[in-house]
Design a protein around this ligand. Sequence first.
Ligand code: GTP
Ligand code: MG
Length: 370
Amino acid sequence: PDAITVQELANRMAEKGADLVKALFKLGMMVTVNQTIDHDTAELLVEEFGHNIQRVSESDVDIDTSTDVDAEESLKVRPPVVTIMGHVDHGKTSLLDALRGTDVVRGEAGGITQHIGAYQIKTKGGDLVTFLDTPGHEAFTEMRMRGANVTDIVILVVAADDGIMPQTIEAINHTKAAGVPMIVAITKADKHEANPQKIRERLLEHEIVVEQMSGDVQDVEVSAKTGQGLDELIEKILLQAELLELKANPDRAAEATVIEAKLDKGKGPLATVLVTRGTLKVGDILVVGTHSGRVRAMLDDKGRQVKEAPPSLPVEVLGLGGVPMAGDTLTVVESEARAREVAAYRQEQATAKRTTQAPASIENMFSALA
Ligand code: GTP
Ligand code: MG
C-alpha cells in the first residue's frame, strides 16, 4: 500500500495528471506523472482535491491469515523444529550428521544421503524431530526479521576444548531475542583437553544457568565422534518440546515457510518448505511469496516422493511459478484464479517498492547494477 504513480492516482480520482503535478509543486515536490509518491503524500493530495479517502484493505486482494485462527480442539501435537547454532568449527555439522545417524528409518534403509537442507528423524521411541540444516546465524536472523520464526528449540553448540567464542555469544543473543528455548550441547566431549565445567561456568557470564549449575537450561555433553550423549540430547529435545506443547491443525489447507529455494535446470523452481499448519498435498494450488503454482510433486529429505506433508515435515516442492525467498510463506488457496490474483498483486507491490526505494549507498548502487 506504500506507493502509487501520480497518473494512477489521478485516474482513480478522475482528475488530470497535470493538475496533480501542479498541486504537488505547491507542496514543494517536483515530480512527473510517471513518478511514484508515497502513501501519505497521496492521502494529502486526495484531501487537497476534496475527495474521500477510501483505503482498500490489503486483505481484499492479498491473503490475510491473521484472523484465521485454528480452534483449540482442531490442534494436534506436532514434532519440534530444531536449529543448531554455535561458533565456527565447534562441531555443528558433525552433530547434525551424528543425530541423523540415530534415525531409525534411515538406519533400516542404510545410509541414504540427505536430499534437502532439513531433515526429520524418528527416534527409538517413535517420536519425530525435525532439524534445520541451513539456518546459520544470518539465515536465522533474516528469517526472523521476515516474520518467519520456524525454530522451536535452539541447540547451542559449544566445543568442550575451546569455550565461549564471539559467534557463541551471537547465537545466544539471537536465541534470546527470538524468545526460543535453548539446550546447551557441549561437544567434542571425547577430547582429552575437554573441560565442560569451565564452559558451564563461562555461560553464567551470559546469564545462561544450566541444570548442572542448578539453573533451568538443559545441558548435555556430547561427542559426534563416539556418539556419547546423543540419546540424552534427543531426550532433552523431546522434554523441551513437551513443555512447549507444540501443536498445529493438520486438517486444513496448508501453510508452510520456505527454508531454501533454487532454480533447477531440469526441474524448474524448487523450494524446501516446512509445513507450519495444515497438510500440503500433491495437486494443491498455492501462492508462495510473489509466485503462484501447483504442487506437482513433493520429495522428503530421503529423496522419496510423498503425497502429503503434515506439520513440521520439511519437503521439497516442485511446480512453483518462480523461485521464492527463504522466509516466504506458502499458502494453499482454493483456485488458480485466486493464486494468480494474489501473486500478481504482490508482484505489483514489490515493483512499486523497488522503484520508490532509491539506492541508499554507493555499494547498493553497484550491487543494483551488477
Ligand atoms: P563450520 O560449519 O565451519 O562453522 O563448522 P562446524 O561447527 O560445522 O564444525 P564441524 O562439524 O565441521 O567440525 C569441526 C571440526 O571438529 C572437524 O574437524 C570435526 O571432525 C571436529 N569435530 C566435530 N565434532 C567432534 C567431536 O565430537 N569430537 C571430536 N574429537 N572432533 C569433533
Ligand atoms: Mg558446518
